[in-house]
Design a protein around this ligand. Structure first.
Ligand code: CTP
Length: 398
């Protein structure tokens, strides 16, 4: 199932490097081509000879001179790979990646490509738990890297806890998912994102503070799990995810049209901050200042896209997920909103200015479903997206 896929495997310096030898075998059994890169520290744990014998090609290591033409070609190779896999992903390698350093072959390859990256962390439990490592993990997730593991268990250093590298077959499954063979393969999912702009006249509009960050992260996470994503977005600050079908709109009315055109879908995630009202009659020409006279804007209610889709008699998506941006009584308001709109889940968050959530990189959400409210810890928007995408996959695949 990985035939014709090209994996660039970076083996860092950790005791789990021996598992990467097994990983190479499993990948090649499935038809993948593996180009191995061994860091200097990695070569303290496994020999270049065993790595190249298993991969069937020469191993590249830090000892090569990056100015050599052959190694410049190798950078090209990292760009042509379908996926970069870092296993073991040591604390040091991840710190370098998070900082964008390029002081050896492995880190240079990671910086010189926009190919997706999958990291299988492996380190002592205290190193994993250290705030510096957790900061780096959050930064790397924010940059779009995906992770597999670490697992919890007895460690080679004699301690117990999270830090063990994922097993080779778990890494193979994560590679499958990262390459779009994931649990959402064959599922079509609609995501709305960003604010809407409601025109007043040709130069003015009414907007809101949504950046589109959470919607983009959700679109990317769903695509990573293999879904075909239709991403309907208002004018957001954050760029839409890669590898999805993007439909750009301005107003709520245009968003409704785009959503209707995208149906049928297996699931819909309505993360857009749709304006509740529009100006009833948009002026075709710029409204001019008149001596002392203030313009009066009359409002009309916008269509509620989430409610319309949730209440469809025919062709309703199997799973409809709404968002609730609240500033007070989050659970009560979001629970009532779920019932009123008729969606299956509501991802509720507190957008009071002091939370820094609207426009920020983190989110603190509560997942409201028929079963009640599930409180998620505060985490990056990328991590919220990953968890939500995984939950959606569990429902659609189950
Ligand atoms: N939504 C929508 N169309 C609208 C308004 C909202 O699809 N016209 C969706 C949003 O994408 C979100 C959910 O409805 O998934 C809740 O949005 P929110 O603004 O929190 O709720 P409102 O319906 O606007 O209610 P209120 O302003 O009273 O909180």
């Amino acid at each position: 199932m990985l035939s014709s896929k090209h994996i660039l495997l970076i083996i860092g310096g950790g005791i789990a490097a021996y598992k990467s030898l097994e990983l190479i075998r499993r990948l090649r059994e499935r038809g993948a081509t593996v180009t191995p890169v061994l860091t200097r520290a990695g070569s303290e744990f496994v020999t270049p000879l065993s790595v190249s014998a298993l991969a069937g090609v020469e191993v590249h290591s830090d000892l090569f001179d990056l100015t050599k033409e052959a190694e410049m070609g190798h950078i090209q190779l990292s760009r042509s790979a379908d996926l970069l896999v870092v296993a073991p992903g040591t604390a040091d390698l991840m710190a370098k990646m998070a900082q964008g350093r390029a002081d050896d072959l492995a880190s240079t390859l990671l910086l010189a490509t926009d190919t997706p990256v999958l990291i299988a962390p492996s380190m002592n439990v205290r190193m994993w738990d250290h705030p510096a490592t957790q900061r780096n993990v959050a930064a790397l997730k924010g940059d779009g890297a995906s992770f597999v593991g670490p697992n919890e268990g007895d460690m080679a250093c004699g301690e117990y806890g999270p830090g063990r590298m994922a097993e080779p077959m778990e890494i193979v499954a994560a590679i499958d998912a990262a390459l779009g063979n994931g649990p959402l393969k064959g599922k079509r999912i609609l995501v709305t994102s960003g604010p809407t702009h409601e025109p007043i006249d040709p130069v003015r509009y009414i907007a809101n503070r949504s950046s589109g960050a959470q919607g983009t992260a959700i679109g990317a996470a769903l695509a990573r799990l293999g879904a075909e994503v239709v991403f309907v977005t208002g004018p957001a600050d954050v760029a839409p995810p890669e590898g999805v079908e993007v439909v750009k709109v301005q107003s709520a009315a245009q968003m409704l049209d785009a959503v209707t055109a995208a149906l049928p879908v297996d699931a819909g995630v309505f993360a857009a901050a749709v304006a509740d009202w529009r100006v009833a009659s948009e002026s075709n020409s710029k409204i001019k200042k008149k001596n002392g006279q203030l313009p009066v804007l009359e409002f009309a209610e916008n269509p509620d896209i989430l409610a319309q889709v949730s209440q469809m008699k025919e062709g309703r998506p199997g799973l409809v997920v709404g968002f609730a941006a609240e500033t007070d009584d989050v659970i009560a308001n979001a629970t009532a909103k779920r019932a009123r709109k008729g969606c299956d889940w509501i991802v509720a968050n507190d957008v009071s200015p002091e939370t820094g959530i609207m426009g920020g990189t983190e989110n603190d959400v509560m997942l409201i479903s028929q079963g009640g409210a599930e409180d998620w810890p505060r985490m990056s928007k990328a991590a919220v997206a990953e968890r939500l995408a995984q939950k959606i996959a569990d429902v659609l695949a189950g």
